[in-house]
Design a protein around this ligand. Sequence first.
Ligand SMILES: [Zn+2]
Length: 351
Amino acid sequence: MTPRLIAGTGRHRTRMGDAALFAEGLHEVAPDTFAWMVPNGSWGETNLGLVRCGDQSVLIDTCWDLHFMREVLQHAEPVLRHAPIRHLINTHADGDHCWGNQLFAHVPITASRASAAQIRQHPPLQLRALQLGATLMQRVPIGQVDALGRYMGDMLRPYRFKGVKVLAPNRTFSGETTLDVGGEPFELTEVGPGHTDGDCIVHLPQRGVVYTGDILFVGVTPVAWAGPVSGIVAALERVLALRPEVIVPGHGWLATPADVQLQIDYWDWVQSSLQPLARAGMAPWHASRTCLGSAAFRGSPFAKWLAPERLFTSACTLYREWGLETGTRGGPIGALDHFRRQATVAQGLGA
Ligand SMILES: [Zn+2]
């Protein structure tokens, strides 16, 4: 069926301030099967799934903060009135997919064991500190401090992390599991590590729908936080093998099989372009800038995707996979330095 907007927020601009490429709101993508979609799929502009099974519903992922999560529930009320949420599934551990969990303390929350462990590792306080830090840094015109402040500030500005308490999943699995909801199978497959430690996809075979989480982005540059990149590619191939009629990505508009293939092509390009530069001793940020500045990239469909500078994060992941130095460190200072370099890559693109 053609997707149908059930309830929209009516906003014409994205949270990042761009013109919205599609309507923000609850879209029916198959009978009684919904996606809450947020244009244009950039930082925290995350898609959720909502599946009605008779008199109950299953929610797939939650928002980055409680304000946006409550907004979703308000707009989904026409569905939830008849079929309240009785199950929650988290596709992976990134905050923009699970920090609204605390509003669902009364239902079972399912995720892979690796995701549940990772969800516990990221305190929202860290992002609140970064938000405050970003505001201060924008006032410091020394080095690239103000540029980093702007980059971080733009990324986090729409979100309110105050009051967010991480509620970790209480039902975990490894490999594969099937949830029975009113007699209907929800097939959960752990495809991570790749984007994060424990990515999982949710397949509804009776409806021909798959929710991919952040294994897949549409119109937005994907990112490998955890790696291996080969894990992401294998996950994308798995999505194609399911032959679903509807593919809901973690970010961006609904995907066609061609979109999935294009993402596989991106990862092929990333690996083949970066590897010779990495082997020649070029640092990840320099190699990323070189790749993004190349004629091959500028002439490719990937050049149209948002946030191309995320290549830097994926490059660091690949360097680690190849046993090479990334020049980046762990901890909060290391994270800040990582984003400083990513902001530099973004500036190199004129972003
Ligand atoms: Zn995400």
